[in-house]
Design a protein around this ligand. Structure first.
Ligand code: CTP
Ligand code: MG
Length: 436
């Protein structure tokens, strides 16, 4: 996927990345529809040669978290998926256990991979069989196979794949071809080209009745293990099962090149920036500024809920990952400090960085000058501490103007800075006091 990819490469409702309910438009859970055990195998034992980095791509980090953890989270949020087997290279085993520990993953079992993707997948499937290492995992009716480096798969699509696999024995995601496929001669000339409309790209996830795919892997040849790339083909050739193909959303793209990591990060940032909570305070000037800010941010597709105070309202802290606190009081840093403490206690920034924008409104230039120097160091200290807990704290100074046009411009600048701080989530600017 290119960095300048169109909106269609993103989830239709990016909130589905962050809240379990949002992906399911009817508000009901799919738990009842899937009355049989479902497990997932995530092959993650590749070395990511095309990425060109020394770290395998599944362990590359953005927003303080490795890619593999985003993919695991996608499946972990789905209540009807019981077990996630992650297959990693021997040398990454401990690193994977560390990821599970750091991000509190609970449904995951780690298995050692093989030299090819097919070998890794087979190792993953074997985790459901009795072994010398002890009791196996509960054998699923349907197993979903999904590349660990495709973090954006939505619950309703997984449901389609799962139900089709239960019905047909095998199912897989397909997408239209982006380019025409051609065959070349050994001398590097055009041999022939395929009619694009007739062919599809095979993507992930794929679903299988467990017994069918396990049997296919047991029967397949060394050549298949070494050079094969298509699980659906194995199911057909060795278990006689013809897969149901389902057109998938564009979000199924696979992180392959360096630019894909940046694209994945931008999808997450976009999802994180859809909503904010604005704490307005109670004095007329801060309330008016809050309403201005709310209007401007809403015009840029950010839903902003306004509250007068966050104190004693811990509920609101779990509603979003962006907070804007407007205050005219000298004590307002204490409120921010309290908010950071509660966010940490609730572990709210464990998976995604939380942003707090502290807007300090001064009633005059003079009071601004007087307080600024004192504030700077205590704000920086607080921000440094907050950052350790994945809370990004930024400050903006605003001096009130009685001239309506100037005040209007100031509020406009404040909105732009606030929005870009929330959208960029740049850790380098935390602890800075900006001037609107
Ligand atoms: N994979 C695996 N075991 C292997 C090779 C690949 O589990 N021996 C996994 C990868 O970790 C990845 C998925 O299969 O999650 C899809 O493979 P691919 O995108 O080709 O990843 P890599 O093989 O790591 O990348 P590259 O081909 O660029 O080296
Ligand atoms: Mg590969």
């Amino acid at each position: 996927m290119d960095l300048d990819s169109k909106a269609s490469d993103r989830p239709l409702d990016p909130r589905c990345l962050l809240t379990p309910e949002a992906g399911n438009s009817e508000g009901k859970t799919f738990q009842d529809t899937v009355g049989f055990p479902v497990a997932v195998v995530l092959p993650a034992a590749g070395c990511g040669e095309r990425m060109g980095l020394s770290t395998p791509k599944q362990f590359c980090t953005f927003l303080n978290r490795p890619l593999i953890s985003y993919t695991i989270e996608t499946f972990e949020r789905i209540s009807w998926i019981r077990t996630i087997v992650v297959v990693v290279a021997k040398e990454s085993y401990d690193q994977m256990l560390q990821v599970i520990h750091s991000f509190h993953h609970t449904k995951v079992k780690v298995v050692e991979g093989g030299t090819t993707r097919h070998r890794s997948i087979f190792n993953g499937l074997q985790a459901f069989h009795e072994s010398t290492e002890g009791p196996s995992l509960i054998r699923p009716k349907v197993v979903i196979i999904h590349d660990a480096v495709r973090p954006f798969v939505e619950e309703d699509f997984l449901l389609k794949i799962t139900l089709a696999a239960k019905e047909q024995g095998a199912s897989g995601a397909i997408r239209p071809l982006v380019s025409t496929v051609i065959a070349t001669t050994s001398e590097g000339y055009l041999d022939h080209s395929l009619e694009r409309a007739k062919y599809r790209a095979s993507e992930m996830p794929q679903g299988f009745l467990y017994d069918i795919i396990y049997q296919a892997y047991q029967r397949c040849s060394e050549f298949d293990f070494e050079f094969g790339t298509e699980c659906l083909h194995l199911a057909l050739q060795y278990s006689g099962t013809n897969a149901k193909l389902i057109e998938g959303p564009p979000t199924l793209w696979k992180v392959t090149y360096k630019r894909d990591l940046a694209a994945a990060e931008s999808v997450i940032k976009e999802a994180l920036s859809l909503s904010a909570c604005l704490i307005s305070g109670t004095i007329a000037e801060t309330v008016a500024l809050a309403s201005h800010l709310q209007k401007n941010l809403a015009a840029n597709s950010m839903t902003v809920d306004v509250y007068q105070s966050a104190t004693g309202n811990n509920e609101l802290l779990s509603k979003t990952r962006n907070f804007i606190q407007i205050s005219a009081s000298e004590e307002s840093l204490l409120e921010i400090s309290e908010m950071v403490k509660v966010l940490e206690e609730k572990n709210h920034a464990l998976l995604y960085p939380v942003v707090i924008v502290w807007v300090h409104l001064y009633m005059s230039e003079e009071s601004s000058r007087r307080q600024k120097a004192d504030e700077l160091s205590s704000f920086m200290d607080l921000a440094t501490k907050a950052k350790q807990g994945n809370v990004l704290l930024y400050g903006i100074h605003v001096v009130h103007s009685k001239v309506p046009e100037l005040w209007e411009k100031c509020a406009e600048r404040l909105s732009q800075i606030t929005e870009s701080l929330i959208r960029d989530r740049n850790p380098a600017f935390t602890g800075q006091l900006l001037q609107a």
